[in-house]
Design a protein around this ligand. Structure first.
Ligand code: ASP
Length: 314
C-alpha cells in the first residue's frame, strides 16, 4: 500500500485582491476544499488516482469561481469553448477534448474517451456528440456563462478597442488535479475555458497530452495553468517528467526550473501542480496568486489563493 496524496489548482493570474471581497475569496477557498474532499474521498476509499482527479476537477468545473465548465472564460464570439484532458500514469492511457460547447463536465468526457480506448482526442461538436451517446449530461451553452465572464469579455474588448492589450498574467485560469493512489499510481486532469477573448477555434495546452496535462508512474503527474501557447512549446508536463527521469531531479526542482527559468524569458503567467511517486505535491507559480490546494498522506488539507495558506478540516 502506497501513501495517498492529492493536489489541485484553480488557475494562476494577477488576481487583484480588490477584485472580490473577502467573502468572495473565502467562497473560492470553500470550493477548493470541496474539490479536495471529492478527490480525497475516492483515494481513501481505495479508488484510483484517475477517478480522484476526475472527481476533484468536476467540482471545480461546476463552481462559478474558476475558469472551467460553469464560469469558463468566453471566446471572441462570446462562446464558452472548453478544453480538458485526463491521463493515467500507470498505463499512459489518456483522453482529451477541445472546443467542447455543450458537455457539462468536459473532464468526464475526457475520461469516457480514455476508457473507450479508441481515440485519445476529440474536438468540437463531435466531442459533444460523443458525450451524448455515452450518456453524459449535456447542457445549453448558456449554462456555462456567468455575469462575471460576460463582464470580463466586455472589459477586454473595450480595452482592445482603446488600443490597450491585456498582459498575459491578467487573462488566466484553468483547473487541474494530480493524485497518487494506494496502488502507487499517478494521474493528472486539467479543464479550462482558455482565456477571455481568445480566437474562435483556439486550443490551449490543457488538452495537449505532455503540455498542460501529463502523468507517468515512476516520474510525476502534472497539470498546468498559464499562457498555454508556451506550455505547448515547452511541452511542460513531459519536460518535468523527463528532467526527473533523465537528470534525476526531484519534482520540486524540475517544476521550479520550468516555471522560474525556462518560461521566465517570455514574461508570461505560469503555474502548475505536480506530484511524485512519494506523494510530494508542489505548486510553483510566478503570478500574484494561484488558486491551489493539497492533502498530504497525514490527511492535512491546505487551500490558498495568494501567499497565505489555510489549513482546513479534511
Ligand atoms: N492554460 C490555459 C490555456 O492556455 C489557460 C490558463 O490556464 O490560463 O488554455
Amino acid at each position: 500500500m502506497s501513501a495517498i496524496a492529492l493536489g489541485i489548482h484553480g488557475g494562476c493570474g494577477v488576481m487583484p485582491r480588490e477584485e472580490m471581497d473577502e467573502a468572495g475569496w473565502a467562497a473560492a477557498r470553500v470550493d477548493l476544499a470541496r474539490a479536495l474532499r471529492a478527490g480525497w474521498g475516492v483515494l481513501r476509499g481505495g479508488g484510483s488516482a484517475v477517478s480522484a482527479v476526475e472527481a476533484a476537477v468536476m467540482v471545480m468545473e461546476d463552481s462559478p469561481h474558476f475558469n472551467a465548465g460553469r464560469g469558463a472564460a468566453l471566446n471572441i464570439d462570446g462562446e464558452p469553448m472548453l478544453d480538458a484532458a485526463i491521463m493515467d500514469g500507470a498505463t499512459l492511457a489518456a483522453g482529451a477534448v477541445s472546443a467542447v460547447g455543450r458537455t457539462r463536465n468536459p473532464v468526464r468526457l475526457a475520461r469516457a474517451l480514455m476508457d473507450a480506448g479508441e481515440s485519445v482526442m476529440l474536438t468540437g461538436p463531435a466531442a459533444d456528440r460523443f458525450a451524448e451517446t455515452h450518456g453524459l449530461p449535456v447542457v445549453d451553452p448558456d449554462w456555462f456563462i456567468t455575469d462575471r465572464q460576460r463582464a470580463a469579455l466586455a472589459r477586454m474588448k473595450a480595452r482592445r478597442a482603446a488600443g490597450a492589450t491585456a498582459t498575459e498574467a491578467e487573462k488566466h485560469g484553468t483547473v487541474g488535479a494530480v493524485a497518487l493512489d494506494a496502488d502507487g499510481h499517478l494521474a493528472a486532469a486539467t479543464s479550462t475555458g482558455g482565456f477571455t477573448n481568445k480566437p474562435a477555434g483556439r486550443v490551449g495546452d490543457s488538452p495537449i497530452i505532455g503540455a498542460g496535462t501529463y502523468a507517468r508512474d515512476g516520474a510525476c503527474a502534472a497539470s498546468g495553468t498559464g499562457a498555454g501557447e508556451f506550455f505547448i512549446r515547452h511541452v511542460v508536463g513531459h519536460e518535468i517528467a523527463s528532467r526527473m527521469r533523465y537528470l534525476g531531479e526531484d519534482v520540486a526542482t524540475a517544476a521550479s526550473r520550468i516555471v522560474f527559468e525556462d518560461l521566465a524569458p517570455y514574461r508570461i503567467g505560469a503555474g502548475l501542480v505536480a506530484i511524485d511517486g512519494a506523494g510530494c505535491v508542489v505548486t510553483p507559480y510566478n503570478t500574484a496568486g494561484m488558486f491551489r490546494g493539497w492533502i498530504t498522506a497525514e490527511g492535512r488539507m491546505h487551500v490558498a489563493t495568494h501567499d497565505e495558506v489555510f489549513v482546513v478540516e479534511a
